[in-house]
Design a binder for this molecule. Structure first.
Ligand code: FAD
Length: 320
């Protein structure tokens, strides 16, 4: 089995959950190697976590340039590692930054890129990426036909599972000199945290639409989300009405989410909303209209007023 490079996404010294999912997925198609860039003092702890999830080798590169510049130093380092390792594939999280790093790396390696995969499986001629397209109406299987495949994978494509038996880990410290980067970071402003999981990474998303009726209506949605440890999403109608921030919009012109459980409340199920959530593993809808199109795609549907259903559901979950 060939080596599979996994770019390990980390923040504040912690490995992000999608990176653990990538390591889990990489074990199915080859032998995972973690690439840990710009982690500073946290590099050893991040490497240990990657090993727990099956990394047999951990490449680390460090330097001030990772914090001072946007993606270019990461592309430089990943390309350098890939050229030396000649891996069977490179897996990167399908985030905004991940996709930019992946695209630039594929270009440097003169290979090909497949973005937003929902699965990656071993094929006779190399890894095959599965994408969900046209608002999840079709699944497309494709592979890169030249060079090292660079594949970005959506969060929640697989559940993160520690390796059954973690073996010895080889550590490779990469001597690295960044090329010229055109953009310098001048300030970082942390977003005000809601204390809830990041929308695109959350295992559970509870969303509200026009049916919540007002900004205050999101209270019942948030209470259910907090009882479940979930992120809160919103339809564009709710966002356009000013009831919830655009950063929480799910859909074609919002975020793409693929959680284990998606609960749509007061959302009709327009194609543009479905485009952002249809690959969710289990979909539940609460809507007072039994003819609402959302009921065509749900696993479980509740016909009822969300202001009656959600508080009961929240109370039941809290009681358990
Ligand atoms: P509605 O369609 O008005 O549905 C509200 C639902 O709430 C109804 O089904 C109703 O029965 C139900 N309801 C009302 N009261 C209650 C209650 N008390 N209890 C239970 N149910 C109740 N939309 C997105 O969401 N995301 C996008 O990214 C997006 N991008 C778009 C891009 C383009 C180019 C265009 C043209 C549109 C886009 N839209 C997007 C808009 C999309 O077409 C729909 O207009 C939108 O999704 C509707 O939002 P909604 O379901 O909340 O509202």
């Amino acid at each position: 089995m060939g080596e599979v490079l996994v770019l390990v996404d980390h923040v504040d010294g912690q490995v992000r959950k999608p990176a653990l999912e990538l390591l889990t997925l990489a074990r199915r198609i080859g032998e995972p190697s973690a690439v840990v860039l710009g982690a500073g003092d946290a590099a050893a702890a991040i490497a240990a976590k990657a090993a727990e999830y099956g990394a047999a080798k951990v490449y680390t590169a460090d330097g001030a340039e990772f914090a001072d510049y946007l993606v270019v130093p990461k592309v430089d380092a990943l390309t350098q590692i890939a050229r030396a390792a000649d891996p069977a594939a490179i897996l990167v999280t399908s985030s905004g930054e991940g996709k930019e790093i992946a695209a630039r790396t594929a270009l440097r390696l003169e290979s090909g890129i497949i973005t937003d995969a929902v699965d990656v499986v071993a094929g006779e001629s190399g890894p095959v990426a599965v994408q969900s397209v046209f608002a999840a109406s079709f699944q497309v299987s494709s592979r890169v036909s030249r060079g090292v495949p660079v594949i970005t994978v959506k969060p929640n494509a697989v559940g993160p599972e520690p390796a059954p038996a973690a073996g010895a880990v080889e550590s490779v410290s990469v001597e690295f000199s960044a090329g010229a980067a055109g953009t310098r970071v001048v300030a970082r402003t942390p977003r005000v945290s809601s204390g809830r999981p990041e929308l695109t990474e959350a295992a559970i998303v509870v969303s509200g639409g026009r049916g919540v009726g007002a900004a205050e209506g999101f209270g019942v949605v948030e209470e259910l989300a907090d009882a479940l440890g979930a992120a809160v999403g919103a339809s564009r109608a709710a966002v356009d009405a000013g009831w919830y921030p655009h950063t929480n919009q799910v859909g074609q012109t919002g975020k793409q989410v693929s959680p284990q459980l998606y609960i749509a409340n007061g959302i009709s199920g327009a194609i543009q909303h479905r485009a952002g959530m249809q690959t969710s593993k289990t979909i539940v809808a609460v809507n007072k209209d039994p003819e609402a199109p959302i009921f065509d795609l749900v696993d479980f549907g509740v016909v009822g007023d969300l202001f009656q259903v959600l508080p009961q559901l929240t109370a039941e979950i809290k009681a358990r």
